[in-house]
Design a protein. Structure first.
Length: 373
C-alpha cells in the first residue's frame, strides 16, 4: 500500500481533490520565491481559493488567512502552511517542500466546502519560514481568531512514505545564528607588539566550543556548529585588527539554548579581555523550539488511528528548526511529520523535490483534524 494509508483512509479521500492538489503543487513549484518575496505564490494561492472555495480570504500583506466560519461554532482550529522557497543560483527553488505544504493546506480548503464541523477553521498561509521571520508575525493571528489548537506538518525524507511521524515534547530544535565580532588595533606586521590582534581570542573561543557544548548537554542535545570565521585581511604587511566568528547554536530545549549562548558570550568576553580587545555580539535566524502540546498530540494520535493513517513515534527531536514554534505561545500547537520515503533525497539538497505521493496522507490528516478537532 502506497502512502502509508490503509484502504479505509484511501476511500476517505476523493481522487479529484488529490489531482487538483497535485496540479496546484506543480504550479507552486514553478513559482518558487525566496523568504519575504512570496508575492506571486501568495497571489496564486488566493486566486485558487477564491475560484474553488467559498472561504473568506483575509489578506495580511505578506501572508493571508482563509477562514471557514460556522454560526454557533464552539471553537476555532487553525492549520498552517509555508509558502517560501530557498535561494538558489540567483533564483529560488522549493528544496524544503513548502510547495507541497501550502498545496495540501489549500486542498483542505477544498475539503471544507459545504462541510458542517461545529467549529471554525482558519488556514494560515505563512511567508518567511526559512529565515525565521514569518512565524513570529503570523502567530499573533491566533489571538485574533481565538484559536484553541493549531496543526501543521512537515514532509520528512528518510522515513516511510506517507506515515505520520509523531513526537512527544520537542519536535524540532531551537536554534540561533550568532556573530561574534572581535576588534583590536591593526599595525605593521613587522611590529605586531604595537597593535592588538584579536585573532588569538577568536581562535581560543573556537577551541573552547566543544567543552562549552558538553556542559550545555545536561537535559538534551545542545550544539555549537562553527559556520565560519575570518581574521584580518589578505594583507601580509598588516597584523589583523578584526576577527569574526559565525556560529549556529541549537538545542532541544529553549532554556539550554539560552544557557549555551550565555556561556559562549562569557567565554568570548573573557578571552577578549585577556588580550585587551573588544567583542560584540549579533544574532540572526532565531527559531524557538517547536514543542508539541501533550494533550493535542494525543488527540492527533487518536485521529490518525481513526483515519487509518500509520503512525511512527520519533525517538528524538529533529535537529533542524521550524518557526512553527512561535505558534505554541498562543495556542496548543502540534507539528507532525509525514514520511517522504526512506530513500527520498534529503531536505535542502539539490536533488530534492516534494513527493506528491504523500499528498493523500497529508490531506487525510488535515481533513480528519478539521472534522474531529
Ligand atoms: Zn527548510
Ligand atoms: Zn521546511
Amino acid at each position: 500500500m502506497k502512502s502509508g494509508l490503509s484502504a479505509k483512509a484511501n476511500r476517505y479521500m476523493e481522487q479529484h481533490i488529490i489531482d487538483a492538489v497535485r496540479a496546484l503543487r506543480s504550479e507552486l513549484h514553478g513559482l518558487a520565491e525566496r523568504s519575504g518575496e512570496e508575492i506571486r505564490t501568495k497571489a496564486y494561492l488566493m486566486k485558487f481559493l477564491r475560484e474553488n472555495t467559498s472561504l473568506r480570504l483575509e489578506d495580511e500583506g505578506q501572508w493571508f488567512c482563509a477562514v471557514h466560519e460556522e454560526p454557533g461554532a464552539k471553537e476555532t482550529v487553525a492549520f498552517r502552511g509555508e509558502m517560501d522557497a530557498l535561494p538558489l543560483k540567483g533564483g529560488a527553488s522549493h528544496l524544503c517542500g513548502h510547495d507541497g505544504h501550502s498545496a495540501a493546506l489549500a486542498g483542505l480548503g477544498l475539503l471544507l466546502e459545504n462541510r458542517r464541523l461545529g467549529r471554525n477553521i482558519v488556514l494560515i498561509f505563512q511567508h518567511g519560514e526559512e529565515d525565521g521571520t514569518g512565524g513570529k508575525i503570523c502567530a499573533h493571528t491566533l489571538e485574533k481568531y481565538r484559536v484553541g489548537r493549531i496543526y501543521a506538518f512537515h514532509n520528512i525524507p528518510g522515513w516511510p512514505e506517507g506515515a505520520a511521524l509523531l513526537r512527544r515534547g520537542t519536535f524540532a530544535c531551537a536554534s540561533r545564528g550568532m556573530v561574534l565580532s572581535f576588534s583590536g588595533t591593526p599595525c605593521h606586521a613587522a611590529y605586531p607588539e604595537h597593535g592588538r590582534n584579536p585573532g588569538f581570542a577568536a581562535a581560543r573561543l573556537i577551541s573552547a566550543l566543544p567543552g562549552l557544548t558538553e556542559r550545555a548537554n545536561r537535559n538534551g542535545l545542545a550544539m555549537a556548529t562553527l559556520i565560519g570565521a575570518e581574521i584580518g585581511a589578505k594583507a601580509f604587511g598588516t597584523s589583523a585588527g578584526s576577527a569574526e566568528v559565525r556560529l549556529t547554536l541549537r538545542a532541544w530545549l529553549d532554556g539550554d539554548l539560552d544557557a549555551l549562548i550565555s556561556s559562549v558570550t562569557e567565554t568570548a568576553r573573557a578571552e577578549a579581555s585577556r588580550d585587551g580587545v573588544e567583542v560584540s555580539f549579533a544574532f540572526c535566524d532565531m527559531f524557538p523550539a517547536t514543542v508539541n502540546d501533550a494533550a493535542a498530540l494525543e488527540r492527533l494520535r487518536k485521529i490518525c488511528n481513526g483515519a487509518g493513517l500509520g503512525c511512527i513515534e520519533v525517538p528524538e527531536p529533529f535537529r533542524w528548526s521550524e518557526d512553527f514554534g512561535h505558534y505554541g505561545a498562543y495556542a496548543k500547537a502540534v507539528m507532525a511529520g509525514i514520511g517522504a520515503g526512506a530513500a527520498w533525497p534529503q531536505l535542502h539538497t539539490e536533488n530534492y523535490t516534494f513527493n506528491d505521493d504523500i499528498l493523500p496522507s497529508a490531506l487525510t490528516l488535515f481533513s480528519a483534524l478539521a472534522e474531529f478537532g
